[in-house]
Design a protein. Sequence first.
Length: 179
Amino acid sequence: MSSVPIMVIDASLAVARVRVKEQTPQIIDAFREWARMGIRLVVPRQFWWEVVNALAVGHHYSGDQVLEGIHELETLGIETRDMDHGLLLLTIEAVERFRLTAYDAQYLVLAETLIAPLATLDRALARASGSRARFLGPGDAGHRLSEPPAAYEHDVTWPNYKGASAYLAKLRAEAARPG
């Protein structure tokens, strides 16, 4: 494991970073500080599709504007991580426990797995992240949320699925296979 600090960032923060209309001093300062400190920015693979969708569909960017935004983010040295089947199970649990979308739950699972903070503009994701959250949105900009995630948790039912044991055994066998 690397001793270089890691920060998981979500698509909401990245989109705000490339959209001049959404940039705030807190967002710009956070990215500058992370660069100055040599913090590695890490995202799950679907991050890039979320950013493209937000820019192209949500903000009506043209293809060249989307490409420019993606290029700008790539110059930040963002590392992309694949989410394997084990992390899929943790994502299912986070979706149910915190009522997050599967996309948002991936950021939380990645941050928990890497034992890293999670920077976001999404209040629900920040709440679910608890002390891990670095919320840079309006109102609470720059402050960590200290609310315990337990207040937002719900019972997890996926272990009750009658096929769960067989599915987990299959995943373990696949993981044990070389290459």
